[in-house]
Design a protein around this ligand. Structure first.
Ligand code: ZN
Length: 111
């Protein structure tokens, strides 16, 4: 058995926040089961603010204050992304992606 180093450092996940430079941004806070807070600057005009956000620890951060506005939903609504993260780390996924891209880029052998 090899020593498995579990990288559970915060902030290793890079979230892409694009398009936020022009529109006014509202800070949206998510809190995960572990009590971590993730604050995302969503555009105030975009009404596609998700109810949950994947926390860097792998748990799902729930939108703070969503309970008041949103109709009653399942509290632990897991997205495909959440389920994926339960099986794979982001690092794993990046590796897999790289692997697949290499396969795709490889010239096909004539079969
Ligand atoms: Zn967390």
């Amino acid at each position: 058995m090899a020593n498995t180093m579990r990288g559970s450092r915060m902030g290793t996940t890079s979230y892409e926040t694009d398009g936020g430079l022009f529109a006014p941004r509202a800070l949206t806070t998510y809190v995960c089961d572990q009590g971590h807070q993730v604050t995302m600057p969503f555009s105030a005009e975009a009404d596609e603010i998700p109810d949950s956000w994947p926390c860097a620890c792998g748990a799902t951060g729930m939108l703070v204050g969503a309970a008041q506005n949103a109709p009653v939903k399942q509290k632990h609504l897991r997205t495909h992304w959440d389920m994926l993260l339960e099986r794979r780390t982001v690092k794993d996924l990046e590796g897999l992606l790289k692997e697949r891209l290499e396969v795709l880029r490889r010239p096909r052998k004539s079969a």
